[in-house]
Ligand binder design. Structure first.
Ligand SMILES: Cc1cc2nc3c(=O)[nH]c(=O)nc-3n(C[C@H](O)[C@H](O)[C@H](O)COP(=O)(O)O)c2cc1C
Length: 412
């Protein structure tokens, strides 16, 4: 694995955003003397798009680390189709509408957000850059983006919260959980998140077991011992079962503790925080989430990392939105790479979107500054897409693009 020089600790926040007209104006100066500069030159221009960030990250990260971050399950059909799902949708636009005073603001769980973009929970971010989740948190706060910290973060959840909470104009700060068999530990973890100031819990329900990650296995990726899920240190693993002939190591051992709907009720009973369920893809599960007191759902196929050939989330979203009928927020992630993708998701009824891998690419390319750049590009593109489709607000996007003018799924 390629190693980076040791980077100094992050202190304070990013300088405020510039007001220049250029797309993706970076959030300020470099994050530290050792962070790679996000500088353009004729030979190596500044990434213009999230795809450019992805391309640059491919040259930056070691092949096995890249396989971990960029890879999906099995033949990666869902991984590819997540992006294509948004691309296939066609925007039908309106003209000559008043646009002055337009904005990207949305309300979510009782808060007004500057825009509907959150960073999805992603494990082991120090593998991408020495500042890891701390850099991501700073960039989110500076760009007004929400952050969902992975339970498998490589930074203490308290440190991430401290870097985030003081920033005026920050987005929501949520903590992601997997249901752990060690319930005492889990209760303690939830209490830590509450005490640190996290505003909601996100329970990931689509990965009782890891998917078949062929790209990762082919690459021979093994996480070096220094990259640990530091917030999970001290949890007890359940004793292995004594399997009888004919029993399955998966169903009769590993999955004995797999979470069920009853565990959602248990989690709700031990926290005062709202609980969102991440990984809902079926309208009936969306209704069950509502019945079990979830505060919201995230339509997600885990970025194509769990079960390959699940449909892309752009196709799954409308049925879940319909099943929920406005009774709680429906968020979506998977393959969002353009401002137009965000607009389409909002037009289909999402309350907000989460972005995964592009954030890792920005992080690998330039630490906090790279993540800020990715978030800024996406938001700038969203504003332009709104203006060019005649939407002054994202609420208008819903009615004008889906009903007034049609948001059509066109097959290329
Ligand atoms: C490297 C990596 C690690 C991830 N780790 C987690 C995790 O710890 N918890 C979780 O709920 N989802 C995890 N996810 C899934 C993301 O939260 C999200 O659903 C997905 O990345 C969105 O798709 P996108 O990458 O195409 O934007 C991870 C995704 C990636 C790429």
């Amino acid at each position: 694995m390629k190693q980076r020089p040791h980077a100094p600790p992050l202190r304070g926040s990013l300088p405020p955003e510039g007001a220049g007209p250029a797309l993706g104006r970076p959030g300020g100066g470099p994050t530290g003397p050792h962070a790679p500069p996000l500088r353009g030159s004729p030979a190596n221009p500044l990434p213009a798009t999230l795809a450019d960030h992805a391309e640059r990250a491919r040259q930056t990260l070691a092949p096995d680390v890249l396989a971990y971050f960029d890879g999906g399950a099995a033949d990666e059909i869902t991984l590819r189709e997540n992006e294509q799902g948004w691309q296939r949708l066609r925007l039908c636009t309106r003209v000559l509408r008043p646009l002055a005073g337009g904005h990207t603001r949305v309300s979510l769980l009782g808060r007004t957000l500057a825009h509907p973009i959150l960073v999805a929970p992603m494990a082991y971010q120090r593998l991408a850059h020495p500042h890891g989740e701390l850099a991501t948190a700073l960039a989110c706060a500076a760009q007004g983006a929400g952050l969902v910290l992975s339970t498998q973060a490589t930074a203490p959840l308290e440190e991430v919260a401290r870097l985030t909470l003081d920033e005026a104009g920050r987005g929501p700060l949520w903590f992601q959980l997997y249901l752990l068999p060690d319930r005492d530990f889990m209760r303690g973890l939830v209490q830590r998140a509450e005490a640190a100031g996290y505003e909601a819990l996100v329970l990931t329900v689509d990965a009782p077991v890891q998917g078949v990650r062929d790209r990762e296995r082919r690459s021979g990726h093994r996480r070096p011992a220094q990259f640990q899920a530091v917030n999970l240190i001290g949890r007890k693993l359940p004793p292995r079962m004594d399997l009888q002939a004919g029993q399955s190591a998966l169903f009769d051992d590993l999955l004995v503790h797999a979470p069920t709907w009853e565990d959602v009720a248990w989690l709700r009973s031990i926290t005062r925080l709202p609980v969102l369920l991440k990984g809902i893809t079926h309208p009936d599960d969306a209704r069950l989430a509502l019945e079990h007191g979830a505060a919201g759902v995230i339509v997600s196929n885990h970025g194509g990392r769990t079960l390959d050939t699940q449909p892309p989330t752009a196709e799954l979203l409308p049925a879940v939105v319909q099943a929920i009928g406005g009774r709680m927020p429906v968020l979506v992630d998977g393959g969002i790479r353009r401002g137009t993708d965000v607009l389409k998701a909002m037009a289909l009824g999402a309350s907000a979107v989460l972005v995964g891998r592009p954030v890792i690419h920005g992080l690998a390319n330039a630490g906090a500054q790279g993540v800020a750049h990715v978030l800024r590009l996406l938001r700038d593109e969203l504003e332009i897409a709104m203006a060019l489709s005649g939407c002054r607000t994202l609420e208008q996007a819903g009615t004008s693009l889906t009903k007034g003018a049609r948001l059509e799924a066109g097959r290329p």
